[in-house]
Design a protein around this ligand. Structure first.
Ligand code: ADP
Ligand code: ZN
Ligand code: ZN
Length: 812
């Protein structure tokens, strides 16, 4: 008898063993399909991993699989070891790992209803023994909603007892996930055709059809939709034609085309520069080796990294292996995506959050079937179901957007490297400002370093000018938004018909509403952070939980009418800009103006078509874009991120300034960057001014070595959250105490425990947050220690939740 190993989509750390379906099902069942299995009285989705290894002594005790959901596996078997490793490393249930890895909307959930049996009817005689059972006994049924409520209480036991006595039956119904692949009707011409008996409209349909079939792109079939667009009368005629045997109708799976419109700005490089060639000379042999080969490509902005990616991808496809490209977020996807689509066309599949769940599913299935072998996507695309990726590219590898910040907190870049090591692939991590950790690996020999030091065509890197805001006199005492230097530069750029970017990493109008009488700011009641003024919307907005409230002059705390906006965001910058440069055409790119991908692409296009003179934006404008006419970049306030209580704050500020500065002077004319700051002597800002990556790297190493921070040690952050502050504190203390006791048993690995302490964001979305930080010199002991601690303390209960953030990126 064959038994199967199943990972269920539930918080279980082990996989489970089930017997074959009772009806035999399709056998053998292939790994990678979803199954429905019984689990503790419910029906849950599981993922079939293969034949089970360890069987119980008496296999007949095993419950059978209830149903096999898919015919085609959703992931290749080659990914299963990867899932297992991830589950253990991130200490996350394996079924939930797989669920996260698959496109959303695929999980079938079960609903439960309770029905009165004939025997029950007799037994109760229409008289409910308890008030809650009234509907069940009188109407004969408890609805799914009522049952769900009941199931959370002790009364569940009563129902289960009744079920044993066959007074009621509990039925499980599966509501399927919402996503199905879509089909459309397609038309082909039959072999033998008899045209004589056709009606005029049938004849007309046939003639248009023949024209359409003449187009090679159609591969001998035409979608019905396409014909109807040209000739609306064809609908009825098609039925007649099919009946007369002239045409053949079939249903074909369709892909919802996610490209919409090809992004602007695609070029093709013919000859590589010397530096690019040197890089390719190192990469190409390793692509042929079929071994794990990690590279860090450190190339200044505008040095032509994309061309390296494209050529390496082409070589990989030439070896009949597939290519996976990760980009930090939709923002970046557009530029790179355009290049890849231009070069590889139909072979490209896209996976990113800008797609509907149906579109994602379609793209996913194209990859599963092997129709697409170049995948581009954001973080979660690293799980793309490619059987044999020969090349994995992680562009802008330093981006913190690669880290998932809730639920299963994985790091996309780190997992990409891991996947490459398991599948014998080449992995290229690319960046103009590599992360300190990745660069460190090139020094220890773990990664090989590839460098591009020059911009294409020896274009100079932009000239950088620093403006000390402390020396700029102001009337009101508030910091000026625009120094005279910046204003002059904006005017010159406009006069020369060139474009400018103004960067500020804060959206909204004013940063906060401040009461001059009591000194408090208006805070979000759920998160205890200042709410931001959004003038167009006329609202105060919390950037953490999105709750809003009306803008007011009156202080909710002291009732004075001394409340006024302070600080500034991109919305205000754009407003002020219009006053300074009334003739300039301005645009703004941030989450408020470009909530979706279409708006975003439209803004990029306007920029490329030279319909905008000055583009104001948050970090979305900082990365990846190639605007050849931009010659001025103004960084309105470089200090915005420096105050963050996070050991990476300095590194991040450096990266952001370098990246946004890198947008200047990418075309024929040289660029300049103006950095406005109150802290011109701050190391990160000084080093960014000199474009000194190595300086920053050395400085960060020195700092981190002393503190045992990555890359010298590993971190795990345990975050304890709950609605009641006292239970959160109590739980955090209990964990910390247990941790201190446990550390004595761990002599190796230099494990340290810091805290408990309130998280920097001590309240978020109405929940109090505390944390315990674990630090260790080596990864294995730290992970073993953490698993041990979590098992010992068993803190998870109704009042508090504990999340395990392995290799945290965000310490807030
Ligand atoms: P990066 O990603 O390193 O910032 P890009 O890959 O966007 O830089 O390249 C910058 C520009 O240089 C692009 O317009 C690209 O088409 C062009 N380019 C790249 N390689 C070459 C080459 N060998 N010859 C000419 N132009 C090139
Ligand atoms: Zn007040
Ligand atoms: Zn909030």
């Amino acid at each position: 008898m064959t038994c199967y190993e199943v990972a269920v989509a539930a918080p279980l750390f082990q996989t489970l063993t089930y017997a074959a379906p009772e009806d035999g099902g399709v056998s053998p069942i292939i790994p990678g399909v979803r199954v429905l299995v019984p689990l503790g009285g419910r029906t849950v989705t599981g993922y079939l991993l293969g034949a089970a290894g360890d069987l119980p002594d008496d296999p007949s005790v095993l419950k059978p699989i209830l149903e096999v959901v898919d015919e085609t596996p959703l992931f290749p078997e080659t990914l299963i070891p990867f899932y297992r490793w991830i589950a253990s490393y991130y200490q996350y249930p394996i079924g939930e790992v797989i669920k996260t890895a698959l496109p959303g909307g695929l999980t079938a959930a079960s609903r439960r209803r309770i029905l009165l049996t004939a025997r029950g009817k007799d037994f109760f005689g229409g008289i409910p023994p308890y008030p809650w059972a009234e509907n069940l006994i009188v109407k004969g049924e408890l609805t799914a909603a009522a049952t769900r409520k009941l199931w959370r209480t002790e009364l569940r036991r009563v129902c289960e007892k009744w079920q044993k006595e066959e007074l009621v039956s509990i039925v499980e119904e599966v509501s399927r996930g919402a996503v199905r692949s879509r089909t459309e009707t397609c038309i082909a011409l039959a072999e033998s055709r008899e045209f004589a008996l056709l009606t005029p409209s049938e004849r007309k349909s046939c003639s248009i059809l023949s024209d359409l079939l003449g187009d090679e792109k159609n591969h001998g079939v035409v979608p019905r939709r396409q014909l109807i667009e040209i000739y609306p009368g064809a609908g009825r005629a098609l039925k007649g034609l099919a009946a007369k045997g002239v045409i053949i109708l079939s249903e074909r799976a369709v892909y919802r085309d996610p490209f919409g419109e090809t992004p602007p700005g695609i070029h093709r490089a013919v000859t590589l520069t010397e530096e690019q060639q040197a890089v390719m000379d190192k990469v190409l042999p390793s692509l042929d080796s079929r071994k794990f080969n990690p590279f860090l490509l450190h190339g200044v902005t505008g040095s032509g990294k994309t061309e390296i990616y494209l050529r390496a991808a082409a070589a990989t496809l030439g070896n009949s292996r597939s290519v996976l490209v990760l980009v930090p977020e939709i923002a970046l996807a557009s530029h790179l995506e355009g290049q890849f689509v231009a070069r590889f066309g139909e072979r490209v599949a896209l996976l990113h959050s800008g797609l509907s769940s149906g579109e994602r599913f379609d793209q996913w299935m194209r990859i599963v079937r092997g129709d697409a072998d170049v995948v581009i996507g954001a973080r979660s695309a690293l799980f793309a179901p490619l059987r044999d990726p020969g090349l994995i590219i992680v562009d802008e590898e330093h981006e913190s957007a690669y880290k998932q910040e809730d639920g299963f907190r994985y790091h996309g870049r780190d997992l990409a490297v891991l996947r490459a090591s398991q599948q014998n692939s080449v992995v290229i991590l690319g960046s103009a400002t590599p992360s300190v950790s990745s660069f460190y690996h090139t020094e220890t020999g773990k990664y090989r370093l590839l460098t591009l030091t020059k911009r294409i065509e020896n274009r100079p890197l932009p000239e950088i000018e620093m403006v000390d805001l402390r020396k700029i006199p102001t009337v009101s005492g508030a910091p000026p938004l625009f120094s005279p230097q910046l204003v002059a530069a904006l005017k010159e750029t406009l006069a020369a018909s060139e474009q400018s970017l103004l960067f500020l990493n804060r959206r909204g109008y004013a940063n906060l509403m401040f009461c001059r009488s009591c000194g408090q700011s208006i805070q979000c009641p759920n998160c205890r952070v200042a709410m931001t003024v959004h003038r167009k919307r006329g609202k105060l907005l919390c950037h953490y939980c999105s709750s809003t409230r009306a803008v007011t002059r009156h202080c909710p705390l002291c009732q004075s009418d001394q409340v006024a906006g302070m600080g500034f965001g991109t919305e205000r910058i754009e407003d002020e800009l219009k006053k300074i440069l009334p003739s300039a055409r301005t645009g703004r790119l941030d989450r408020d103006t470009c909530a979706n991908r279409r708006d975003f692409l439209a803004m990029l296009k306007a920029m490329h078509n030279n319909e905008i003179d000055v583009l104001v934006g948050t970090q979305i404008i900082a990365k990846g874009h190639h605007f050849p006419r931009v010659t001025l970049v103004g960084i309105v306030w470089a200090d915005a991120g420096l105050g963050m209580p996070d050991f990476r704050a300095g590194e991040r500020t450096f990266q952001l300034i370098s990246q946004v500065g890198g947008r200047a002077g990418r075309g024929e004319r040289p660029g300049r960057v103006i950095i406005q700051t109150h802290q011109p002597d701050h190391d990160s800002i000084r080093l960014a001014e000199k474009n000194d990556f190595h300086g920053l790297y050395q400085q960060e190493l020195k700092l981190r070595r002393g503190l045992g921070y990555p890359p010298f040690g590993r971190l795990i952050n345990l975050r304890i959250e709950g609605e009641r502050e006292d239970s959160v504190i109590e739980a955090a203390q209990r964990i910390a105490q247990a941790g201190h006791d446990l550390i004595k048993q761990y002599k190796t690995g230099r494990i340290e425990l810091l805290g408990p302490a309130p998280a920097p964001m001590a309240m978020l979305r109405g929940r109090h947050r505390w944390q315990v930080l674990l630090k260790g010199g080596d990864c294995d002991s730290l992970h073993r220690f953490c698993a041990h601690l979590v098992r010992e303390t068993k803190i998870r209960d109704r009042l508090v939740s504990v999340s395990i953030d392995v290799d945290p990126e965000n310490m807030m």
